[in-house]
Design a protein around this ligand. Structure first.
Ligand code: OOG
Ligand code: MG
Length: 257
């Protein structure tokens, strides 16, 4: 199997918004390690074109997501600068079948690494926590994949937006934060921070451990998306998305061609 060739194929689909067949159709025995190597290769292509690694995401950290995607294990992905929306507008150009999901984002001020990390270590390294919305967009036909397929496709990473207001990690019980997502003024999903591995800080702990196995630590200034609090919702042209985070305000954007 040629890891680099597969990475090039996925990278081309990520750039152009073209659908592809699952990697496991051609390579049924693809391993988790090979899949992460493909992911790394794809993101390296983006970096070679001038993009920058700005953070990490966890995926499939909530039961709602595991059940709906049929994959029962958390995964991680890489976030780059070009994925971050700086205006509250999602442009559909280059996207295939985008879905949105509410998340809590951690921004780190210290390096975090190692296999023995605890929630206390994460708090000591966290600058702030922010409301966030992730836009996922699997490059696979019908948004359908196995564990290793989705890892290779950078955990369906596409775009994300974080709130302007950062919050102290200590003044909010992040597991108790209620979240409701509205599409065109109607509530479409509700949940609470506890949906993410019991507490979103545990998602960061898990990420650090998973990255440690691959010899990686998280650098200061990185953003970490901890995983969807609710199931994801499809969006199309003209939709208005708003997510209300209890006590933390709301985050919104509109979808345009
Ligand atoms: C995989 C990515 C999952 C999350 O927050 O659970 C994810 C997918 O559902 O396509 O980002
Ligand atoms: Mg997500």
């Amino acid at each position: 199997m040629d890891i680099q060739r597969i990475a090039e194929e996925i990278d081309a689909c990520q750039r152009s918004g073209k659908e592809m067949d699952k990697v496991t159709i051609s390579y049924p025995s693809l391993s988790v390690e090979e899949a992460y190597a493909i992911q790394k290769g794809c993101v390296q292509h983006a970096i070679d074109r001038g993009d920058q690694l700005t953070g990490w995401k966890m995926g499939l950290t909530s039961r709602a997501k595991q059940v709906s995607m049929g994959v029962k294990e958390p995964i991680y992905g890489r976030l780059t600068q070009s994925m971050e929306l700086t205006e509250p507008v999602l442009h559909l150009e280059g996207l295939i079948h985008p879905r949105v999901e509410p998340e809590l984002a951690f921004v780190l001020k210290k390096e975090l690494g190692g296999g023995e990390v605890t929630p206390r270590d994460v708090w000591a390294a966290t600058e702030c926590v922010l409301p966030a919305i992730e836009v996922i967009d699997s490059r696979y036909k019908n948004f359908s994949f196995t564990l290793v397929d989705v890892i290779a496709d950078n955990a369906s990473s596409s775009k994300f937006i974080v709130g302007d207001q950062g919050f102290s990690p200590y003044t909010t019980a992040w597991d108790e934060v209620g979240v409701s997502m509205m599409k065109n003024g109607e509530v479409v999903q509700t949940g609470a921070g506890a949906a993410v591995l019991g507490h979103p800080v545990r998602s960061v702990v898990e990420l650090v451990k998973m990255l440690n196995r691959d010899g990686i630590s998280i650098q200061p200034g990185s953003v970490v998306l901890t995983g969807a609090v609710t199931d994801a919702v499809s969006v199309s042209e003209g939709d208005r998305i708003a997510v209300q985070f209890d006590q933390l305000g709301s985050l919104r954007f509109r979808v345009q061609a």
